[in-house]
Design a protein around this ligand. Structure first.
Ligand code: FAQ
Length: 325
């Protein structure tokens, strides 16, 4: 038998051993780290999810950023600026986590602006009212926390660790949203109406953030087997509904769902079905603000070209100086 004949057999055996080690790490509930061997599908799925997540944080700065110049007081403006900056930070940790898997940050940005990578559907809805700032904090950050707390136990180390810090900051975001809404609900009748009108617009899109129903989610089963996701989309959506109903009562708002009711037998709320056709439309790029969001991101990327160029030249010069010393 020639060397070439035996090579595939040796590779197969080595691959099986690497796969066994990978499975053992997952089986023991430990983390996969960047230098560990991992199946190509695992790497690809993580890059897909982390890139989408990073893009969501970056595009997610736009809806609330709309109110930065018109916040009603210096205090509200300072809070909003801090929140929007936090979202930028989350995007950067997440791009770094994707880089540990071999993804290139510039390449991910190009894929986003060319529509080849996704970002969360929720950020394609407009923010015509200042109450939207509070409702985004309460419901959108609330849904993000519900989804991301379990990701702190994700099997890929850099992603799980990024999530710990992100979740701490998202909790602050959720509370500032709730506090803003509580202040408005204690204000005038017109302010209460603004809050209710905003809740009516955001409730269903917030439920869609968890992704399609489990029986239409192509990635969930494998992602759960790999420990990338810890719960299914429907499990987390249910958790979010159960968590939000008592909070809505405290605020004094209602959700626009006639089917929403406590079910004693299940020990959970029953609720209506989101408009999945609308979801698909938004995900495919045809939502109310998709074109605007992507075109703003494209313009920011193009405007920043000189900064990236200057930083690259600076880094190159420093390396050359060090080498010549
Ligand atoms: N929007 O098979 P599944 C935030 C896509 S951060 C758009 O169920 P998977 C912070 C999905 O990618 C919010 N696309 O997929 C903030 C897949 O397409 P693909 C972002 C969606 O990955 C707050 C296809 O549908 N959070 O809010 C959506 O197993 C306030 C089939 O779906 C994360 O990204 C959607 N909603 O589960 C910032 C968390 N849902 O890639 C500013 C991490 C699904 O095959 C202000 N991500 N799709 O072409 C995850 O947990 C998961 O990726 C899911 C989707 C649960 C989102």
């Amino acid at each position: 038998m020639s060397v070439t004949d035996t090579k595939p057999a040796l590779d197969d055996a080595a691959d099986a051993e690497l796969q066994r080690e990978f499975d053992d790490i997952l089986g023991a509930g430990q983390r996969i780290e960047p230098r560990d061997w991992m199946p190509q599908g695992y790497r690809k799925t993580l890059i897909r999810q982390i890139a989408q997540h990073a893009h969501s944080e970056i595009i997610g700065m736009q809806p609330e950023g709309n109110w930065l110049t018109r916040a009603p007081s210096l205090r509200r403006k300072a809070i909003l600026m801090a929140k929007v900056q936090d979202e930028a930070g989350h995007g950067l940790y997440l791009y770094s986590a994707a880089e540990t898997l071999g993804a290139d940050r510039g390449d991910m940005t190009v894929k986003l602006i060319e529509g080849k990578q996704k970002y969360s559907s929720i950020f394609n809805y407009p923010t015509p009212s200042y109450a939207d700032v509070g409702v985004i904090g309460w419901l959108v950050d609330g849904a993000a926390i519900c989804n991301q707390v379990p990701l702190c136990r994700s099997s890929y180390g850099p992603y799980a660790r990024a999530m710990i810090r992100v979740c701490k900051e998202e909790s602050f975001h959720q509370r500032q949203g709730f506090e803003l809404l509580m202040t408005m609900m204690r204000g005038t009748e017109a302010q209460r109406e603004m809050v209710q009108e905003s809740v009516d617009r955001w409730w269903w899109p917030a439920l869609m953030m968890f992704g399609p129903p489990d029986d239409q989610s192509p990635n969930t089963e494998q992602s759960m087997a790999w420990g990338i996701k810890r719960h299914t989309n429907d499990e987390l959506r249910q958790r979010f509904v159960d968590m939000s109903v008592p909070q809505a009562k405290i605020l004094g708002v209602t959700f626009p769902d006639p089917e929403l009711a406590w079910n004693d037998e299940r020990g959970a709320h029953d609720f209506g079905t989101p408009d999945w056709d609308e979801f698909m439309k938004v995900v495919k790029g045809d939502g109310p603000c998709n074109a605007e969001r992507v075109s703003n991101r494209r313009a920011a990327h193009e405007d920043g070209a000189w900064v990236r160029e200057a930083a690259a030249v600076f880094a190159q010069n420093r390396t050359e100086q060090r080498v010549s010393r």
